[in-house]
Design a protein around this ligand. Structure first.
Ligand SMILES: Nc1nc2c(c(=O)[nH]1)N[C@H]1C(S)=C(S)[C@@H](COP(=O)(O)OP(=O)(O)OC[C@H]3O[C@@H](n4cnc5c(=O)[nH]c(N)nc54)[C@H](O)[C@@H]3O)O[C@H]1N2
Ligand SMILES: Nc1nc2c(c(=O)[nH]1)N[C@H]1C(S)=C(S)[C@@H](COP(=O)(O)OP(=O)(O)OC[C@H]3O[C@@H](n4cnc5c(=O)[nH]c(N)nc54)[C@H](O)[C@@H]3O)O[C@H]1N2
Ligand code: SF4
Ligand SMILES: [Mo]
Length: 849
């Protein structure tokens, strides 16, 4: 095999070598590989099939194993998602945490106020004792579960069955509520059910790409590489960026002749209404398609009518002509791809703004064909599975809790009484679960694979809830996190590579991740832990048989696949054997689509029938539910909904006391609360501590220079961090949310650097997603720092150019960092078969030379 191999430092060079290609051709392959320092390929004992678990992109990957340890990772060239690529997090962050000396290896229980090591029988015994007592005294509503977007499908499904068929509690949700609840909600409102309509292959065909509140170059680096390979190739698409910071997306928008719209934080819906209005005003409407495939156009026209470009400019602080230009790009392109993420989902009026993106596509008839698609993004690698399996406040298989037939289907599958399955009210969302735990009405809260003490809004309140005596808390994690420290029982879990299971990425591609190594000490897979609990509780069906009969991941998968029959999320054609092939496979996979489905709604038929849909819908302003009768009266069957809402000001807006807007987000080098990336040396070094970004115009009058220590306060709390004079819009302050105090040495300033000290307990009325991106704050200078802020310089967090002298002296991220961050890249030659473009697989034939 002849390949060009190069090594590079992917902290410095985030996207790696470009492979530009013309429109309509297959994205070339490039295989990225990382091995621990001092190792090369000959040292690897075996490669084990998996996919990267550090974001929703789900890049196909093999895990390198040596002497029973995970020592590296390599992209899978034939994988439809990534064509061999991996980004910096995937490369450097996937494996080092596993052998970290501070892994949890034994269960812990609280004795006399302290967590002490114990054995599994004692730990599970304590859990079961409390669980049984509360069930007897107060019934199932005393139980709550807060799980993740990072477990495997088999684990969510098992947990969902335990909760719904075993216990019968509606109080189960995931951190997916903080993450992609709005994505699911927006799909349900517009199309009748969850499910990503678009495909990554749309990138190869589109004329323009709109990114709404999505900093893709830092959060799905491989997907951005795919876009760069089009924008740097022949006949490139134009980019439109909607983000209050000057991100790399914004720079690419300028470079490609697109537009950067930087709306004032919290004003997305006004901007969206303005864009939709422009389509109406200019007649950029696919009238016949709209008449045949949608309902609601007249109502929408009335709602957006007041949002003239000037009015929008006034609300959003943008240029009216920029709005016109962006709308023209949408209106005059044949094929637009839109991506939406947290700048919308975690903002004020989240669902309404995200639905407005669908409105643009529906009005132009731009859905279901190559290049014309919507990617309501996910964030976490397995968020999609939680939404599918129903450990998140949905019923498994995109079933409607308000439709008795759907509930009966599950009762039959599980052989339980239909009344056991909670369906008398909407499932309880995570923010409400925390409120019930606060009062003690939930007295038993089981948290798995999430770290709410850092990641939920209003940290001080969350800490108080978790630490209090009113609620018994179980935490199941890899590490003694900030959350685990507050628990009554801590269970040591096996992580990625230490267990087998499947997960589904943002464009419905299912991957199998095989166990590569043994978990450390007594750590067990989450599946085994849930099964242990189910067995100990003795949950049985109508015939006295165990309600959870399976024992292995594969059996759990098969049970799940069976329950998806007849639903949009159809896995019936998938099996472990099939997933051991060259590529992940996008659902639905069934008799009709044995090789999977690249894009949904190609026939313009949507799952909106009253008897089929996942929800009857909501009012986008109040969240009020639409009844079955009202839904039936709209006779939507198969047609998509055009829904709108007027803009309303955010819950908290700047005041004299708190004059600046506070918003939060991510940096490319860190993942969430850093339990993995904080343990990978080169990633940790690239962004080792918290900071805030201020615009030069705001920093100047406050006397703040690059690297100065500042105090940032909101009505809920304060943090003390260093300041980056950066690229955020004037009037706004941006903070990364990654930094808790997981390093015990950091305990001293534990509560003073976590962005969520400042955020609010408020949520979107429809998706119930908390608004991490809209609050007010004030900033004061404390003292000079001893150098620049600990923020990267090659990302959206870069210093504002020419802001001041200190910024000019900020050292460049990467470059000099250790050899541990080197990556081998091969560019194999692939036969470019045009039929592969737009097909569900890239089963490229490798040409050996
Ligand atoms: N490196 C890295 N990658 C990740 C993750 C990670 O932690 N680190 N996490 C993964 C997960 S779970 C998720 S959910 C995704 C999130 O991925 P993104 O949504 O891309 O990331 P964020 O930084 O949270 O927010 C995106 C942008 O929203 C902008 N924004 C803030 N307020 C507003 C507003 O009012 N309006 C608009 N239009 N924009 C606004 C911010 O400036 C920011 O650039 O990333 C995934 N990938
Ligand atoms: N201010 C602000 N806050 C935010 C956001 C924001 O943009 N701004 N974003 C929100 C979003 S989108 C998200 S997704 C959340 C993320 O917030 P969290 O879910 O709290 O983030 P993680 O650090 O990924 O936590 C996952 C935990 O699971 C553990 N873990 C990993 N794998 C396994 C496993 O296989 N089994 C078990 N049992 N444990 C495992 C890890 O060690 C870690 O402690 O944060 C939210 N919070
Ligand atoms: S883009 Fe996401 S899934 Fe792919 S390598 Fe990076 S972190 Fe992993
Ligand atoms: Mo997320």
């Amino acid at each position: 095999m002849s390949t060009n191999s190069t090594t590079s430092d992917r902290v410095a060079k985030v996207f790696g070598e470009e492979t530009p290609h013309p429109r309509g051709t297959v994205w070339p392959a490039r295989v990225d590989q990382y091995l621990d320092e001092g190792l090369d390929e000959q040292d690897v004992d075996r490669w084990v099939q998996s996919a990267c678990l550090l974001c929703s992109n789900g890049c196909g990957a093999d895990i390198a194993v040596k002497d029973g340890r995970m020592v590296g990772i390599r992209g899978r060239a034939g994988d439809t998602v990534s064509h061999g690529r991996l980004g910096p997090k995937g490369l450097y962050g996937s494996t080092p945490w596993a052998a970290s000396p501070d892994r949890l290896t034994r269960p812990l229980i609280r004795e006399d106020g302290r967590l002490v090591e114990t054995d599994w029988d004692t730990a599970m015994g304590r859990i079961v004792e409390v669980s049984k007592r509360l069930l007897a005294e107060k019934g199932p509503l005393s139980h709550g579960f807060y799980t993740s977007g990072q477990l495997f499908l088999e684990e969510y499904y098992t947990l969902a069955v335990i909760g719904k068929a075993g216990l019968g509690t509606p109080h189960m949700d995931g951190n997916t509520r903080l993450c992609t609840a709005t994505s699911a909600a927006a799909f349900k409102e517009s199309f009748g059910a969850d499910g990503q309509p678009g495909s990554y292959t749309d990138i190869e065909h589109c004329d323009a790409i709109f990114l709404y509140g999505h900093n893709m170059p830092e959060t799905q680096t491989v997907l951005w590489t795919r876009i760069l390979d089009r924008t740097r190739g022949e006949d490139p698409p134009r980019i439109v960026c909607v983000d209050p910071r000057r991100t790399a997306v914004a720079e690419e928008a300028t470079r490609t002749g697109g537009v950067h719209l930087a709306p004032r934080v919290g004003t997305n819906l006004a901007l969206m209404n303005g864009l939709v209005r422009e389509l109406f005003i200019h007649g950029w409407i696919a009238n016949d398609w709209v008449a045949e495939h949608t309902v609601g156009i007249e109502g929408l026209r009335d709602i957006v009518d007041p949002y003239t470009p000037e009015h929008v400019a006034d609300i959003c602080g943008i240029d009216a002509d920029d709005l016109r230009s962006a709308a023209r790009i949408f209106g005059e392109s044949d094929n637009v791809l839109s991506t939406v993420l947290q700048g919308f989902y975690q903002s004020h009026q989240a669902t309404a703004s995200s639905v407005a993106v669908h409105n643009l596509h529906l009005l132009r008839g731009m859905i279901g064909r190559p290049g014309a698609g919507v990617l309501q993004m996910n964030g976490q690698p397995t968020a999609q599975n939680n939404r599918e399996c129903g450990a998140d406040g949905d019923l498994p298989g995109f079933r409607n809790w308000d439709n008795l037939d759907h509930v009966r289907q599950l009762a039959d599958a599980w052989n339980v009484d239909v009344m056991t399955i909670p369906h008398w009210a909407p499932p309880t969302h995570a923010m409400q679960i925390m409120s019930y735990a606060e009062t003690g009405s939930i007295g038993f809260l089981w948290i798995s694979a999430t770290n709410p003490a850092v990641s939920m809004p209003e940290s001080a309140r969350i800490r108080k809830i978790l630490a209090g005596d009113q609620c018994f808390t179980v935490v199941q994690d890899l590490f003694l996190t900030e959350t685990a420290e507050l628990a009554d029982v801590v269970l040591p879990a096996a992580g990625w590579g230490e267990k087998t299971g499947c997960f589904t990425n943002v464009n419905r591609v299912v991957h199998l991740s095989e166990q590569a190594v043994e978990p450390p000490g007594e750590a067990r897979s989450d599946l085994d832990i849930f099964l242990m609990y189910a067995d100990a509780m003795g949950f049985t069906d109508r015939d006295g048989a165990p309600v959870v009969p399976w024992r292995t991941p594969e059996e759990a998968f098969d049970a799940w696949a069976a329950v998806t029959a007849g639903r949009p999320v159809d896995y019936t054609g998938l099996s472990y054997a099939k997933l051991r092939g060259p590529s992940g496979i996008p659902w639905p996979v069934n008799a009709e689509h044995p090789d999977g489905t690249d894009r949904l709604y190609t026939d313009g038929v949507f799952p909106t029938g009253t008897d089929y849909c996942e929800t009857y819908g909501h009012d986008l302003i109040t969240g009020g539910t639409v009844s079955e009768q009202e839904h039936r009266a709209m006779a939507s069957a198969g047609r998509a909904f055009l829904k709108g809402a007027p803009y309303t000001p955010a819950h908290e807006t700047p005041s004299d006391e708190y004059p600046l807007l506070f918003t939060t987000g991510r940096t490319v080098y860190q993942f969430h609360t850093r339990t993995k990336t904080g343990r990978a040396r080169s990633l940790d070094q690239a962004a080792p501590d918290a900071w805030v970004e201020l615009s030069p115009a705001d920093a100047g009058p406050l006397g703040i220079d690059e690297g100065d220590w500042v105090r940032v306060e909101s009505p809920r709390g304060a943090i003390q961090v260093r300041a980056r004079i950066g690229r955020v819009m004037q009037g706004a302050v941006f903070a990364p949310f990654h930094y808790g105090h997981w390093d015990p040495d950091d305990l001293a300033d534990a509560d003073h650097r976590t962005a969520n000290e400042l955020t609010m307990t408020v949520w979107d009325p429809v998706s119930k997603q908390p608004t991490f991106k809209t609050a007010a704050c004030r900033v004061t200078r404390l003292r000079a720092g001893d150098g620049p802020a600990p923020a990267p310089t090659n990302t959206a967090s870069a210093p504002a150019s020419g802001a001041n002298d200190a910024a000019a002296a900020v050292p460049v991220t990467g470059g000099g960092s250790a050899t541990s961050s080197r990556v081998l890249t091969e560019t194999p030659r692939y036969a470019l078969d045009p039929s592969q473009v737009g097909s569900s697989h890239v089963e490229s034939s490798r040409e050996d030379h």
